[in-house]
Ligand binder design. Structure first.
Ligand code: FBP
Length: 552
C-alpha cells in the first residue's frame, strides 16, 4: 500500500495524555463523586434504567492505583458518520489494554453496531493499530447507523458478546449511539451478564456536549478543514471581485460548525439555525437580510461576498419545518403508496391531496430541484437527509429573484453572480489535528481505565481541554446523567440531550458583536491549512468555541 509522506510522519506522532493516565497503570487511581441524577424527567429515566441509574461521576488521579490488572477482552464499535480521530480512540484503548495486561485483547466489530448483532468482527493486533495511528477515516473497522433496538437485536448482541467472552463493549458514537450504549448496558445488567458498556463522544457536528463533555471529537479537525477552504474562497472572492459564494456547512441540526467557521474566517453573513427558529424568521426575511448586505456592498462596488449556511437550516425555518414535518408524517403513514409513485408529477398530485394549504403553496414556490430533494429517502430515524438538500441553491435562486425585482424598481444597481458549495464529507475523514489526535487517544485510554475500574454505563470523558494536554482531567460520566425524555416517532423515549447553539452563550455573543461590520465591510481572515508540525500556537490551538466556552 502506498502512503503519503505526511501519513508516514503522522505514524511517528505520539499523542499526549493527561498526567493521570500517562504513567504506569499501577499509579492510576479512580475516585468517585456523589450519586447523579438526570437532565430532567428523572422519574422516567430511573424507571427505565433501574439498575444503571444514579451512578457517581468517576475521575482518574495519579496516586495509589486501584484498577484491575486482570486480562480483558474488549469489543469496539464505530457508530454513525466518520469523525477525525476515531482510529486514535481505538489506538488509545488498545495501548491501555496492553499496558494493563499484555494478555488483554481487542476485537473490532465491523460496520457499526450491526457488527455486534451479526458477529462480524476482526481481531485488532499491533500491526493493524500501527497502520491507523493518527490517520483519518473509519476504514480500520468501518461504521454504520444501525440502531440496536428490537429484542432480537439486543439478544443477538448479548450472544455475540458472550461468545467472545467480552469484558466490555466500547461504542464510539454520537448522542443516539451513546443512548443506545446506555440501553445495552442496562440490558446486560438485567440479564446478569458481566459485560460492561462504555461510550465515547464522537461527532463532527459538535452537538454532543454538556457540562461534563466539553466537545465531541472530530469537530476540531472538521471545522478547521472547512475554515481553510472558506479562507481560500475568501481570498479568491476578494481577488476576482465578481462572485458571491454560498457555502453550506455540514452539521445535521446544530449550527456549531457554521458558527465556529464564522469566528475563524469572518464571512459577510453566517446564518444560525437556532436564531432563525428563536426569532421565527421566515424564508423571505432571511432572503431580505442577505439582499440587504448584497445591496450595501454593491454600493461600495463590492459585488462579491461569502455566506455560510448551516446544513440543518431548512428544518429551523418555521414554514419549511412545518412542510418537512408534514412530509415525514405523510411518507411514514403512506410508505407503500408513496414509494409506488414513480414520477415527480405523480408525487406532487398525491401531496396535493394530503398537504396543508400553506405547505402545498410553499412546495410549489421553491425550485423543483429542491422539492424533489425533500422527497428523497429518510434516514433510519425517519428524518429528511439534510446533507442532500441543496439549501445553498435554494437561497441563491430566491435571492436572484428578489434582486431582479429590486433592480427593476431601481433599488439595486449592482451585479450578482452566485456560486454554491457544500463542505461536509471533505472534513469528516481528514488527518486529525494534534488536538483531536491527543483528545481521542486520551478518550480511548480513559475508556480502558473505566473498564479496568469495573464500571459500565459510562461515557469516557476528558475535561479542561482548553489547557495543555497534561493538565486534562480524564474520567467517566454516567450516561443516564445526560438524559431526558423526548418524543421520537410519537413515543416518549430516553435520549441524551442534544446541544444546540446557545443564543446566550459566549461563542454566539462573540459572533453577534461583529456580524453587522462583517456584513458590509470585507474583514476576511484566512486561517490556512491545519498544521501538524511546528510551534504550539499554530499547531495545538483548540477551536474558538471551546476556548470561549471554557472561560467561565
Ligand atoms: P454523526 O452524527 O453520526 O456523527 O454524523 C453526522 C453527519 O456528518 C452530519 O453532519 C450529516 O448530516 C450526516 O452525518 C450525513 O450522514 P451520511 O454519512 O449518512 O451521509
Amino acid at each position: 500500500m502506498e502512503i503519503s509522506n505526511l501519513q508516514k510522519a503522522r505514524y511517528a506522532y505520539q499523542p499526549k495524555l493527561p498526567v493521570a493516565l500517562a504513567g504506569s497503570i499501577a499509579s492510576i487511581k479512580v475516585e468517585f463523586g456523589e450519586p447523579t441524577g438526570a437532565v430532567s424527567d428523572t422519574g422516567d429515566i430511573k424507571e427505565i434504567f433501574k439498575r444503571g441509574f444514579g451512578k457517581p461521576l468517576a475521575a482518574f488521579r495519579k496516586g495509589e492505583g486501584n484498577l484491575s490488572a486482570k486480562p480483558l477482552t474488549v469489543g469496539v464499535i464505530l457508530s454513525g458518520g466518520q469523525a477525525p480521530g476515531g482510529h486514535n480512540v481505538i489506538a488509545g484503548l488498545f495501548d491501555g489494554l496492553k499496558k494493563g495486561n499484555p494478555r488483554s485483547s481487542l476485537i473490532g466489530f465491523r460496520g457499526g453496531p450491526a457488527g455486534l448483532v451479526e458477529n462480524s468482527f476482526i481481531e485488532l493486533d499491533e500491526e493493524i493499530i500501527d497502520r491507523h495511528r493518527n490517520t483519518g477515516g473509519f476504514d480500520m473497522i468501518g461504521s454504520g447507523r444501525t440502531k440496536i433496538e428490537t429484542p432480537a437485536q439486543f439478544a443477538a448482541a448479548l450472544e455475540t458478546a458472550t461468545l467472545h467472552r467480552l469484558s466490555a463493549v466500547v461504542i464510539i458514537g454520537g448522542d443516539d449511539s451513546n443512548t443506545n450504549a446506555a440501553l445495552l448496558a442496562e440490558y446486560f445488567l438485567e440479564k446478569g451478564a458481566p459485560i460492561a458498556v462504555i461510550g465515547c463522544p464522537k461527532t463532527i457536528d459538535g452537538d454532543l456536549k454538556n457540562e461534563y463533555i466539553e466537545t465531541s471529537f472530530g469537530f476540531d479537525t472538521a471545522v478547521k478543514t472547512y475554515s481553510e477552504l472558506i479562507g481560500n474562497i475568501m481570498n479568491d472572492a476578494s481577488s476576482a471581485r465578481k462572485y458571491w459564494h454560498f457555502i453550506k456547512l455540514m452539521g445535521r441540526s446544530a449550527s456549531h460548525i457554521a458558527l465556529e467557521a464564522a469566528l475563524q474566517t469572518h464571512p459577510n453573513i453566517c446564518l444560525i439555525s437556532e436564531e432563525v427558529e428563536d426569532k421565527q424568521r421566515s424564508l423571505n426575511q432571511i432572503i431580505d437580510e442577505v439582499c440587504d448586505a448584497v445591496i450595501k456592498r454593491a454600493e461600495k462596488k463590492e459585488n462579491f461576498g461569502v455566506v455560510l449556511i448551516p446544513e440543518g437550516l431548512v428544518e429551523f425555518v418555521p414554514e419549511m419545518k412545518k412542510l418537512i414535518s408534514e412530509l415525514n408524517d405523510i411518507m411514514a403513514a403512506h410508505e407503500a403508496e408513496f414509494t409506488g409513485l414513480h414520477s415527480f408529477d405523480a408525487q406532487r398530485s398525491f401531496l396535493e391531496k394530503v398537504f396543508s394549504r400553506e405547505s402545498m403553496v410553499l412546495f410549489e414556490t421553491i425550485p423543483e430541484e429542491i422539492s424533489k430533494q425533500l422527497l428523497l429517502d429518510r434516514d433510519p430515524h425517519g428524518n429528511v437527509q439534510v446533507s442532500r438538500i441543496e439549501t445553498e441553491k435554494l437561497l441563491i435562486s430566491l435571492i436572484e429573484k428578489k434582486l431582479a425585482k429590486l433592480k427593476a424598481q431601481g433599488a439595486y444597481k449592482g451585479s450578482f453572480s452566485a456560486l454554491g458549495h457544500f463542505f461536509g464529507y471533505e472534513g469528516r475523514s481528514a488527518f486529525p489535528t494534534n488536538f483531536d489526535a491527543d483528545y481521542c487517544y486520551s478518550l480511548g485510554f480513559s475508556a480502558f481505565a473505566l473498564i479496568a475500574a469495573g464500571l459500565s454505563g459510562y461515557i469516557s470523558s476528558v475535561r479542561n481541554l482548553a489547557a495543555p494536554a497534561h493538565e486534562w482531567q480524564a474520567g467517566g460520566v454516567p450516561l443516564t446523567m445526560m438524559m431526558n425524555m423526548e418524543k421520537r416517532h410519537g413515543k416518549s423515549k430516553p435520549v441524551i440531550k442534544k446541544a444546540l447553539v446557545e443564543l446566550n452563550g459566549k461563542p454566539f455573543a462573540a459572533f453577534a458583536a461583529e456580524r453587522a461590520r462583517w456584513a458590509v465591510e470585507t474583514h476576511y481572515v484566512n486561517p490556512g491549512a491545519i498544521q501538524y508540525f511546528g510551534p504550539p500556537d499554530v499547531c495545538d490551538q483548540t477551536t474558538i468555541t471551546l476556548k470561549l466556552e471554557s472561560e467561565r
